[in-house]
Design a protein. Structure first.
Lengths: 206, 135
């Protein structure tokens, strides 16, 4: 068993659910030229009805696409991103909403994903700031940097407030490796290879 | 383990923020967060033994034929393994901890009390046998 999740309780039941708080978990993936933001919102059982009411504004028991979009806009309005002190604009790339029953069992997670195209950055030190301005009672927060996929990004430090509403990532953008082949050389080599293949092709015998 | 660390080691191991739940909970397969806490290589031999004893609480769920080579693999990644703690350090208190290496994530996250624990054990390079499935 290579991945195991459990919620162990002293009761006879065991399941992975949140009870009395809403969890907002942010993960930030910094890459050269772009930032990937994932935000998960998981209301606990005790706050599920309030969370559902916050989305289901017409109270019909269905989280419609319009209500989902409006909710995400409200969530995004409470989140701020800055790169080197300049605000970044986020747009929803994708989102998934569970059914209301999953919320009521403390197992419903709203997943939101955004990709932000970063402005040109010089090689060297940079600072990315994430702020979650949501401060409702009964909400807890996580905020973490993912390990970059590119070896050009080296995360130096992560700094947070005690509640993890704010995360500042100090990172270094390393120079691009000087391994790229000049275009003219690549074109010349390709042409030579094609010519050689044509010349070496065996002629057909009639 | 946390109480076996000296002041300098605790300064590195103890996170200055609250961790309320699992960071790499179900649904986060294959994701890896930037590690934090104290390097396992900065622990003394006896502290390292404590760390591996903790890890074995999870790895040991498997039978010995699988657990022993897995523990050997994890010990081989000592220099890239971290231990992080968040919360009170008194015995019996609800505190979060994480052990993270290149092929390991263990999180222990009490939900406000030790009566309700969320925990996860992962190999982020092989979550749910993904590596085997690719073969």
């Amino acid at each position: 068993m290579l991945a195991l999740a459990a919620a162990a309780t002293l009761c006879t039941t065991a399941s992975a659910h949140r009870r009395d708080e809403c969890l907002q978990a942010a993960r930030l993936g910094v890459e050269p030229g772009r930032l990937e933001l994932e935000l998960d919102l998981t209301p606990g059982i005790a706050v599920a009805d309030a969370a559902i009411a916050d989305i289901d504004r017409d109270r019909d028991g269905v989280l419609s696409a319009v209500e989902q979009r409006a909710y995400l806009e409200r969530v995004l309005g409470r989140v701020a991103l800055e790169l080197d002190g300049r605000p970044l604009k986020m747009e929803a790339l994708s989102s998934t909403f569970p059914g209301v029953d999953a919320f009521r069992h403390g197992e419903g997670t709203i997943r939101f994903q955004s990709v932000v195209v970063l402005p040109h950055q010089a090689d060297g030190d940079h600072q990315l700031s994430f702020r979650n301005m949501d401060q409702r009672d009964g909400t807890v927060y996580l905020a973490n940097a993912l390990i970059p996929k590119s070896d050009r990004i080296v995360i130096a430090t992560q700094r947070r407030d005690p509640a993890q509403r704010n995360l500042t990532i100090d990172y270094v953008l390393r120079p691009e490796a000087a391994t790229s082949v000049p275009t003219w050389l690549l074109a010349g080599l390709t042409g030579a290879a094609v010519l050689a293949a044509l010349l070496m092709r065996p002629s057909k015998i009639a | 383990l946390i109480n076996a660390l000296d002041g300098n080691q605790r300064g590195k191991a103890i996170l200055t923020y609250r961790v309320s739940d699992l960071v790499l909970a179900p649904g986060q397969d294959g994701r890896t967060i930037q590690p934090e806490g104290i390097h396992a290589s900065a622990l003394s031999a006896s502290q390292q033994t404590m760390l591996w004893d903790i890890v074995k609480e999870w790895v040991g769920i498997m039978n010995d034929a699988f657990a022993e080579p897995r523990m050997a693999e994890l010990r081989g990644n000592l220099n890239d393994t971290y231990f992080a703690w968040s919360g009170p350090t008194t015995n019996g208190s609800a505190a979060y901890f994480r052990v993270q290496g290149p092929t390991l994530v263990i999180e222990y996250a009490p939900q406000n009390s030790v009566d309700h624990i969320h925990t996860i054990y992962r190999d982020p390079t092989n979550d749910y046998g993904a590596k085997f499935a690719r073969r």
